[in-house]
Design a protein around this ligand. Structure first.
Ligand SMILES: N[C@@H](CCC(=O)N[C@@H](CS)C(=O)NCC(=O)O)C(=O)O
Length: 113
């Protein structure tokens, strides 16, 4: 898979990027970063010296994209949604926020509508 999002589920900036990915059903690999762990922090800082997430890695274009708003613009430019593609989470009750939270905790439950 070309796209990897380095994120933490409790970060609102990461939620912005996750919403853009889930809303368009863009395939990506979620990579949870625990900045509290010294080894994970060091590895993440190697990837992105500012040490702030989210960061999107795009192997297909050999790009690292930081900053939630820039990630969203990058996705719109390079990975627009296929027409009619929207997704939801199986078993999620109504409510956008609930859907996003469910998707973050169990991305395998995402379904295409
Ligand atoms: N302007 C950045 C802000 C990113 C940001 O501040 N992320 C926080 C998490 S919500 C972070 O990485 N904090 C870790 C730190 O500062 O050590 C964006 O929009 O992505």
């Amino acid at each position: 898979m070309s796209l990897t999002l380095y994120y933490h589920p409790l970060s609102s900036f990461c939620m912005k990027a996750l919403m853009a990915l889930y809303e368009n059903a863009t395939p990506f690999t979620p990579h949870l970063v625990d900045l509290g762990g010294a080894a994970q922090r060091a590895k993440f800082i190697e990837l992105w010296p500012a040490g702030k997430f989210p960061v999107l890695r795009d192997d297909a274009r050999d790009r690292k994209v930081p900053e939630s708003s820039i990630i969203i613009e990058y996705l719109l430019q390079h990975y627009p949604a296929p027409q009619g593609a929207h997704c939801a989470v199986s078993g999620a009750r109504t409510g956008f926020g609930r859907t996003i939270l469910a998707a973050m905790s169990a991305p395998q439950n995402l379904v295409r509508l």
